[in-house]
Design a protein around this ligand. Structure first.
Ligand code: UAG
Ligand code: ATP
Ligand code: API
Length: 470
């Protein structure tokens, strides 16, 4: 593609060089630059892309795109074109879409947002679309799935992929005859413009709870970020039982499709659709049905396919041995932990909960999760999630502050491996263990080190240890 073609419809000022040059790619990372690439120097949370210009040029960049007139042009070789645009993050989205020949415009795309349940609902929608004969890709935290099969893992397990990788993935999906895409729209993904050039046929609002307030600067900004989904979507599907979502729906110019505990799009639907998976997954199924109805399917056409719904990996994933039921689940917010504990406490069995909270994430979540765990569990084992650069014992102290006043016994094992092993070796037949927070994750991050760690593998290894000890 010619640089002039890429820039044709975008406001820009050419500070140096020619735009009549061929470009072979576009990236915001100096490390990913190859010969004849466009390097978009974006100011980020950690660093400023303009400090990597020299590296980008030595890796082959022939075009630099900047959004601040703060670089010394005399330091840039004359053969390198320098373009000034208003907003780097928006441009990286626009440029990546255009360089991939705007695949999003040729696909039917459904975007799902909310604090809890995005992955589950995206997979449910994907499963229903597949049943209805559409070749469908689901893109989100657990990877890229085409027709239910894991096809690509996503770097850093991101929920919403940065635009630079996202549009080429859409193009690859099209090359595999995919016609429908279901994607997760995280608040961070929306606020950093990762989906800015991704028109959606349907947008789904699931719920608004507590997560990522610290990154956004408070609850209202988090909600505002979620609301960026609205202008992207032709039609919206909204959880009427969630007050914040309902208020969002009331403010829309076009009436959305609502779902609730009682109805889906106005049709009374009181029956349980998914036995034994908890009220939250029942609501997730209703959201998925609402999305299909927004595409024009009737409830009657959808119902025969509901038997195909399966939870994604790491969501209430069950392992049973020696009469002990173990569930690995991705609950890492207060609402999620409550939802999953409510589901498990429907049985009268003793319930042992093993969990921690991630470092560098909302501190307010911690005491709330502690209180929820103490309320529903017979026994709580506190441990580390991904402490990142925080002191693990301080995270646990924060969780414990919410458990004051509960009689529930609590034990602490900073090492997650030891916590799981202890829970499994102590459990008696007839008891349930919930291991919450990391679900499908395959790594644990301590300081800046990422080590392989998988809760389900740890569960199985712990049973081998328990058996060997007998
Ligand atoms: C906090 C955050 O959102 N970070 C994202 C953001 O990084 P950033 O803009 O702050 O980048 P930076 O590290 O400051 O660097 C600034 C610029 O310099 C460039 N650079 C940097 C280093 C270098 O050597 N060369 C270079 O060119 C970078 O590519 C960037 O353009 O932009 C990057 C590129 O788009 C993302 O990869 C990165 O996500 C990181 C990996 C991340 O972990 N993000 C998480 C928090 C996230 O996005 N999570 C959400 C929500 C999950 C949920 O559902 O709960 C998600 O959608 O996954
Ligand atoms: N509708 C829901 N309401 C409350 N909790 C839910 C709901 N759906 C799922 N959960 C809980 O949230 C956890 C994560 O579910 P899921 O991965 O589907 O959500 P997500 O929004 O994609 O999460 P993230 O964006 O953080 O990856 C589940 O393991 C479950 O404990
Ligand atoms: N996408 C979420 C996942 C959190 C999962 C939990 N295991 C943690 O590390 O806090 C986040 O990055 O906040």
């Amino acid at each position: 593609m010619l640089l002039s073609e890429l820039l044709k419809d975008w406001p820009c000022t050419i500070l140096q060089g020619s735009i009549r040059r061929t470009i072979d790619g576009i990236t915001e990372s100096s490390k990913r630059v190859k010969k004849d690439y466009v390097f978009v120097a974006k100011k980020g949370v950690v660093s400023d892309g303009t400090t990597f210009i020299e590296e980008a040029i030595s890796n082959g960049a022939k075009t630099l795109v900047i959004d601040r007139d703060n670089i010394d042009l005399t330091s840039i070789p004359v053969e390198v074109t320098v373009v000034l645009i208003p907003d780097s993050s928006l441009f990286i989205s626009y440029g990546s879409a255009k360089f991939s020949d705007n695949p999003a415009e040729e696909l039917l795309i459904i975007g799902v947002t909310g604090t809890n349940g995005k992955t589950t609902v995206s997979h449910f929608i994907g499963q229903l679309l597949k049943e209805l004969g559409h070749k469908t890709a689901v893109i989100g935290t657990t990877g890229l799935y085409i027709d239910g099969k894991l096809t690509e893992t996503i770097q850093n397990s991101m929920t919403t992929i940065p635009a630079e990788q996202f549009h080429p993935i859409l193009r690859r999906c099209m090359e595999q005859q995919v016609t429908h895409i279901v994607l997760e729209a995280s608040s961070i993904g929306l606020s950093t413009n990762r989906l800015a050039h991704c028109p959606l046929t349907v947008g789904v609002f699931l719920n608004i709870g507590m997560d990522h307030y610290a990154e956004h600067g408070g609850r209202q900004r988090y909600i505002d970020a979620k609301k960026l989904l609205i202008p992207l979507a032709d039609q919206l599907v909204i959880n009427e039982d969630d007050e914040t979502c309902r208020v969002i729906g009331e403010g829309l110019s076009e009436p959305p499709i609502y779902f609730s505990r009682r109805h889906i799009n106005g049709k009374q639907q009181p029956k349980v659709l998914l036995p034994n998976l908890g009220h939250h997954n029942e609501m997730n199924a209703r959201a998925a049905i609402g999305a299909l109805m927004a595409l024009g399917y009737s409830l009657r056409a959808i119902k025969p396919h509901l038997h195909a719904l399966r939870l994604p990996t790491g969501r209430l994933e069950k392992y049973e041995e020696a009469g002990v039921e173990v569930y690995v689940d991705y609950a890492h917010t207060p609402d999620a932990l409550q939802a999953v504990l409510e589901a498990l406490s429907e049985s009268t069995k003793r319930l042992i909960t093993v969990f921690g909270c991630g470092g560098e994430r909302d501190r307010e979540k911690r005491p709330q999760m502690g209180a929820v765990a103490a309320h529903y569990s017979s026994h709580v084992i506190l441990t580390s999630d991904n402490p990142r650069t925080e002191e693990p014992s301080q995270i646990i102290v924060d969780i414990l502050s919410g458990m004051v006043g509960f009689a529930t016994p609590v034990e602490v094992f900073i090492d997650r491996h030891q916590a799981i092993r202890y829970a499994v070796t102590q459990a008696q037949p007839g008891e349930i263990i919930l291991i919450a927070g990391k679900g499908h994750e395959q790594i644990q991050q301590i300081e800046n080190q990422k080590m392989h760690f998988c809760d389900m593998e740890e569960v199985k290894k712990s049973f081998s240890y328990r058996n060997a000890k007998k």
